[in-house]
Ligand binder design. Structure first.
Ligand code: SF4
Length: 227
């Protein structure tokens, strides 16, 4: 069955797929071509960290309006998803639009992502956040220069600047992820440091790939005639 995200499919790619893709392209392939899902301690704790931001709603704090679980999309980039939190500056006159179907006029916005613990070596949260910013720019016709990542364990908030380098990295990840999915070509397993924390480890079995390749190398050495 073709992936619902393939070139033939009409579904936009989830924003979270970018994080998976940069963590490991095989992981993105297994999830978004094969439809596999996996849970481990990291995913469960991550879900708990999102508990308070997964319900849509808004509040006002320090002059900002905080929009929780706002749906995001980009027709241009073929992306969709949901933001943990978007902090926006609205005109007073736009407050009524938050309760209606009318999209409010947003003057300024910054996306905020919640993460379960301290920053991990292979997470690519900045790219996922930058992709959210690209969606906001298209949705509201504004420039989004910065966002933030909130680390639940340390209760630390780190600012992320959407500079040219991060924007290019994000656009290139989107383009490479789309080719991977439209070609339905899942890369081979390869044992690497990321595998240790990967929730798909048990179905991917990268150790077997390493053993098979070691066996092939040994076989070649054993059966290659010597002069
Ligand atoms: S176990 Fe390793 S190779 Fe397999 S999907 Fe996860 S990170 Fe990628």
């Amino acid at each position: 069955m073709p992936s619902p995200f393939s070139a033939a499919g009409s579904n936009p790619l989830p924003l979270s797929a970018l994080n998976d893709f940069l963590f490991c392209p095989r992981r993105a392939g297994l999830k978004f071509i094969e439809g596999l899902r996996g849970e481990n301690e990291h995913t469960v704790i991550g879900d708990l960290a999102h508990e308070n931001v997964d319900f849509p709603g808004y509040e006002q704090r320090a002059g900002w309006t905080l929009l929780r679980a706002l749906p995001l999309f980009s027709d241009k980039l073929g992306l969709s998803g949901k933001a943990d939190l978007i902090e926006v500056h609205l005109d007073e006159s736009q407050m009524a639009n938050l309760k209606s179907e009318i999209r409010p006029v947003v003057r300024e916005a910054r996306p905020v992502e919640y993460k379960k613990g301290p920053k991990r070596r292979f997470d690519n949260d900045e790219v996922q956040l930058c992709a959210q910013a690209l969606c906001l720019e298209e949705m509201f016709g504004i420039t989004v220069p910065a966002g933030a990542i909130f680390y639940a364990q340390s209760e630390r908030r780190a600012e992320v600047i959407f500079d040219e380098a991060l924007r290019q990295l994000t656009l290139s990840a989107i383009s490479n992820l789309k080719s991977l999915i439209s070609n339905a070509a899942i890369p081979a397993a390869e044992l690497k440091p990321q595998c240790e924390g990967c929730s798909l480890h048990e179905v991917c079995l990268p150790e077997l790939a390493r053993s098979a390749s070691a066996w092939r190398a040994a076989e070649t050495r054993l059966f290659t005639p010597v002069d």
